[in-house]
Every structure is written in C-alpha cells, then in structure tokens.
Design a protein around this ligand. Structure first.
Ligand code: SF4
Length: 378
C-alpha cells in the first residue's frame, strides 16, 4: 500500500512537472500566433513582441507561421507577379545594393522608358504564363518633372488593367497628386520598400530619408491604392534590424497588403558586392514572423529566390509566403524561369491565385477582411 502511494505521488509529481515544462516551453511564436488567430490583425505590436517571435526556435516559428497562414489564407494558393524594368539604370540615388544607381560601375547600360508596344507585349507574355499581377519598375528617385513619362505610364497602367491583370508600379517617391492619378488610371498596388530598419537605413541609402519613404506610403494609402512594402535581408544588418523593419511595417496604421521579403543578390561593382549569401533559415524567420504579425498580407518571396532549391522554397511557402515574382529577370538580376516555376507548382500542389480587383475604399476593405478572418475555419 505504501509502495502504491509512493508510486502515485511520484507519477503526480512528474506529470505536473511535465505540464510545467510544456507551458514554460511555449515560445513567443506559439503565444502570439494563437493571439493573432483569436483576435485578428493588430498594429499595436511592441518591438519586444516582434523580437520574441523572430527569436523563437526556428521550427516552432515555422510551424506557427503555417498555422496562421492556414487560418487566414487558402494555403495552396500562390500569387504570381511579374516584374518588368520599364526604365533601367542611370538612377541618381545611392542605394548600396542596386546596380541601377549611376554612382556604381556595374556595367549596366542605362535605357530610356520602354515603348508601349514592348511593355504590353511583356504583360501579355506574363499573363499567358499564369501571372495575374504585372509590376512595372522605373529607376528614378521620383517622378517629379517627368510629366511626359508619367503620362505614358498612366496609359500603360490603363491598358494592362484592361487585359484583366492587377497592375503595380514602383517609380520611386510619389507626391499626393501622382498617387491620385495612378489610382484613377486603375493602379492596383504601389511598391515602395522600406528596405531595412530605421536605424540601419543610413548605412544603405543617404539620398532620401526613411521618413520620405513613409510619406510616399501614406500618399499611396490615402489614394486608395494597395501598399506593397517590405525589405531586403543580407545587407550587413543585425537581426535586430530585421525585427525593426517588421515592427515598422506591422505598426503602420494599416498593414501593407503585400510584404516582399528579398534576399540580397550581391552585384559586382556595388558597395555590397561581397556580402555573404542569406541562408534559408534567415528567410524562414523573416517570412514566418511577417506572417504572424501581418496575417492578411501577401508575403512575397522575392529577390534571391533563384538561389533556393524547390524544397527550400517549399519551406518558405509552409512558413507563410504566398506570393512570388515570376519571369526570367527581377528588374536587372536573374530569377527563376517560368518553366521551373510551373514544375514547382505541380510538384508542390500549389495553385495560382486569381487576380482581385476590390474597388472598396481601404477602410471598408479592411473591415471585410477582418470579418473574413473571424469567419475563417482554416
Ligand atoms: S533601388 Fe531604386 S532608387 Fe535605389 S538606386 Fe536602385 S533604382 Fe534607384
């Protein structure tokens, strides 16, 4: 009898210490992803909360990113965007990673704005290959004083939208009026990356400020255009800077609808030519953290994808990425080709995301997205 009592008490002790160790082991990723699923998107994240998620054990972070992803999105759906450089090189800015800056000798030849025929032909090719969003990039600081070129781009936007594609532009800084004109032409989204944390930013760019970037995002938002804004890792930044970037994005008044996560592709001739390549685990940390803190955003696996194998990309999709850039080039650097991506979709059982053309004002769209999260069964 004494023996049974002693055994029972030992069992109780060990089961309560097991329960304690399980509870103590709950990572910040586990706690915060459950909260995201329960409460929906929030933009009052503290930097420590984001850091806690980012620093969680990587497999746990991946698992919880996947949980949020499955709860909020159709997890097999991946958006395909094609990015075309419509005006290459000769840029006055000094972004240390960029071969298009006129300050670095990278051998890149500056070109004028592409003709309408060439742009529309590229958009059609992208559409035929399954792309639903067409993004046009121009290597400019801003579009001020470029009235003729800007009007041409407005025309491209209208035409591509009429082809049934979502249209995105990345043309540098915008003024309020230009954002309004792009919206009128039918622009779906505007890309303007923050690149890195506010603290590390001056090490990468000195010709325009972080606040100027945020102001462009504000004009885009006010015009009712979706925001596409993310960053680049592998610039020599600390992990704290990656947390800082995600924290800034996740505490904007409304989260960006798209968050591209780029891995630096070092280009010879740029100040960052000797940076060591980003590892897949670093991408997974960024993607899963972005997924948990900005659950409704399209998290885009962007530049640098060409270096990752299909299984590595599969981990990124599992962690919460649901958008990619397709096409042989990403502005000026190499990208995965259409055939390789078609094969990947087949092998991984991914399905292309259809274009979406919500004409609701941003506040209403945000409300209906919240309802969608609340009613989603996963
Ligand atoms: S990233 Fe854009 S703004 Fe910066 S140098 Fe390149 S083209 Fe110019």
């Amino acid at each position: 009898m004494l023996l049974i009592r002693s055994l029972r008490s030992r069992l109780q002790r060990s089961s309560s210490s097991y329960a304690f160790s399980t509870a103590a082991a709950a990572s910040a990723a586990a706690v915060q992803s459950e909260r995201t699923i329960r409460e929906g998107p929030r933009n009052d994240w503290s930097r420590d909360e984001v850091k806690g998620i980012y620093d969680s054990p990587v497999l746990d972070l991946l698992f919880h990113g996947a949980q949020v992803h499955r709860h909020v999105h159709k997890f097999r759906e991946v958006q395909q965007c094609t990015l075309l450089s419509i005006k290459t090189g000769g840029c006055s800015e000094d972004c240390s990673y960029c071969p298009q800056s006129s300050r670095y000798d990278t051998g890149l030849k500056a070109q004028r704005l592409m003709s309408k025929d060439d742009v529309l032909q590229a958009a059609k090719k992208a559409k035929d290959a399954g792309s639903t969003r067409f993004c046009m990039g121009a290597a400019w600081r801003d579009t001020v004083g470029r009235k003729t070129n800007f009007n041409q781009i407005l025309d491209y936007v209208k035409e591509i939208r009429e082809m049934g594609m979502e249209v995105c532009c990345t043309l540098g800084m915008l003024e309020k009026q230009q954002a309004t004109e792009l919206k009128k032409a039918g622009l779906t989204a505007y890309n303007h990356n923050l690149d890195t944390s506010r603290e590390y930013y001056p090490n990468i760019i000195t010709t325009r400020s972080y606040d100027e970037r945020l102001e462009t995002l504000q004009f885009v938002r006010e015009a009712g255009i979706s925001i596409c804004s993310g960053g680049i890792i592998g610039l020599g930044e600390a992990e704290e800077d990656r947390v800082g970037l995600l924290h800034t994005l996740a505490t904007l008044p409304a989260h960006p609808e798209s968050v591209p996560i780029n891995a630096l592709v070092p280009v010879k001739g740029t100040p960052l030519q000797d940076q060591k390549p980003v590892e897949i685990w670093e991408m997974i940390r960024m993607i899963a953290t972005a997924r948990i803190v900005m659950p409704q955003a399209m998290v885009r696996l962007s530049a640098g994808r060409v270096r990752f194998s299909m299984p590595e990309q599969a981990l990124c999709f599992l962690a919460g990425a649901n958008s990619i850039f397709t096409g042989e080039k990403l502005l000026t650097t190499a990208n995965n080709d259409f055939d390789a991506d078609r094969l990947m979709f087949k092998v991984l059982g991914l399905t292309p995301k259809a274009p979406s053309f919500s004409e609701q004002p941003p506040e209403m769209a945000a409300e209906s997205q919240e309802l969608a999260v609340a009613s989603s069964s996963g």
